[in-house]
Design a protein around this ligand. Structure first.
Ligand code: G
Ligand code: MN
Length: 401
């Protein structure tokens, strides 16, 4: 039997110092999407393959560490997949998924083992996402969380940064009305890591590069969402220092899409920073409005009275700090802060958003108090772009879970 030279360098899965990669091979689109979502949540980079003749290309370009192989009723396609894996000398793992007691699932495992492939014990349907998660998570490297923190320059240079999106929901219609972009690092060894591990100090020159990355990626993602779903109003988080850099602001305005469907970019600035730099930020907010950029005041809390004196208020939105939202249903003090900020927002004629809604009771309370928009784990966790686009198609309206 002839054998081709392998087209990629494969080392043992779990020891590679690059993001773990999985290819989901299944003819059914909805199954591929489900499996890819679970894997992405675990920090895998995923690719998908519908037919055996696409697999060769994926092996060569994506270098997957594991193939998740959906075994259909006739098993013919699964057989073809195995043949290609053998011909390409695939050295990663293969996990077959198929019906319980299916002869074909057993056959696929047996044939795979005879071919010398690293076949994992198959998963049988129906199975919970948790089952797959447990099975795959065991294969992930168990390195500790980064310490000391990774420098943002390294993360930027290596291309480890990405934006995750958390839905913002209209409190009255329950329709998804936008998304907050949150920066995440997909570290080769530690998986997906939140910004606390790499956000530079305020005086670090790399902070500007990180902000530029966020703006550029958000605008790229806006175009992608437009193609895959519909125009999505995106909010990003930036430090106030970015807006005080005149050149940076000019560049920002220049980066806004000229597309007619573009509804504008919202920039969330921490409330304490707004209070400290009020005069300057008011001028910037006025100026950028002409370029389809609006400023939101983020994490507003007990310091809300400091925002009262502003006469012409050029900001677009107040977001209440989740410290005063999570648990507000049963906490009079939190409700008092929320109500004061809502009242302030209404008197200024700007939108008011609750973030950190984790329970149904808080959602109801936020609605009754008069928030315009709500955001939080109950309504959607931050998720990778692909998952965000998919869930927008599947759940155009809030699923009342
Ligand atoms: O300060 P800012 O609003 O940008 O903070 C956003 C952070 O809050 C993100 O890291 C996000 O993961 C987190 N977050 C979003 N929704 C919730 C929630 O409902 N509960 C908690 N505890 N954190 C949340
Ligand atoms: Mn924010």
């Amino acid at each position: 039997m002839f054998r081709c030279k392998p087209e990629g360098i494969h080392t043992t899965f779990g020891r590679r110092k690059v993001s773990p990669r999985a290819c989901v091979a299944d003819s059914k689109k909805h199954l591929r999407a489900f499996l890819a979502d679970v894997l992405e949540d675990l920090g895998f980079v995923t690719s998908e393959c519908a037919k055996a003749d696409e697999l060769g290309e994926i092996l060569a370009t994506q270098l997957p560490d594991i193939i998740i192989l959906g075994v259909s009723v006739d098993g013919i396609e699964a057989g073809k997949f195995l043949e290609i894996l053998v011909r390409r000398e695939f050295s990663g793992k293969v996990l077959a998924i198929g019906a319980r007691e299916s002869i074909i699932v057993k056959a696929v495992r047996q044939v795979g083992e005879e071919y010398g492939l690293a076949m994992l014990p198959p998963i049988t349907t129906p199975f919970a996402a948790e089952t797959l998660r447990e099975r795959i998570a065991m294969l992930l490297p168990e390195d500790p969380v980064p310490s000391p923190a990774v420098h943002v320059a390294e993360a930027l240079h290596a291309g480890w940064l990405e934006l995750w999106y958390q839905p913002k929901i209209d409190a009255r219609t329950l329709v998804r009305c936008g998304a907050e972009a949150l920066v995440r690092m997909r570290h080769p060894t530690w998986g997906v890591v939140p910004p606390a591990y790499f956000i530079p100090e305020d005086d670090d020159p790399h902070l500007l590069r990180l902000s530029e990355f966020v703006i550029d990626r958000a605008m790229e993602d806006w175009h992608l969402l437009l193609e895959k779903h519909s125009p999505t109003d995106i909010s990003i988080n930036l430090p106030a220092s970015f807006l005080m850099d005149r050149q940076a602001v000019r560049d920002l305005c220049r980066r806004m899409p000229a597309h007619p469907a573009f509804g504008g970019l919202l920039i969330e600035i921490n409330s304490a920073e707004v209070v400290l730099n009020q005069k300057l930020l008011i001028d910037v907010a006025r100026e950028v409005r002409l370029h389809n950029v609006a400023i939101s005041i983020d994490d507003v809390g007990a310091d809300w009275p400091a925002l009262m004196g502003i006469e012409t208020f050029p900001f677009a939105e107040l977001k209440v700090d989740r410290q005063f939202v999570t648990g507000c249903a049963n906490d009079r003090l939190k409700q008092t802060v929320c109500r004061s900020i809502i009242e302030l927002a209404k008197s200024l004629g700007v939108r008011v958003v609750a973030e950190g809604i984790e329970s149904r009771a808080d959602f109801v309370a936020a609605n009754e108090m008069g928030f315009d928009q709500v955001q939080g784990y109950l309504l959607g966790k931050p998720m990778g772009l692909k998952k965000f686009a998919r869930s927008a198609l599947i759940h155009p309206v809030l699923a009342t879970k």
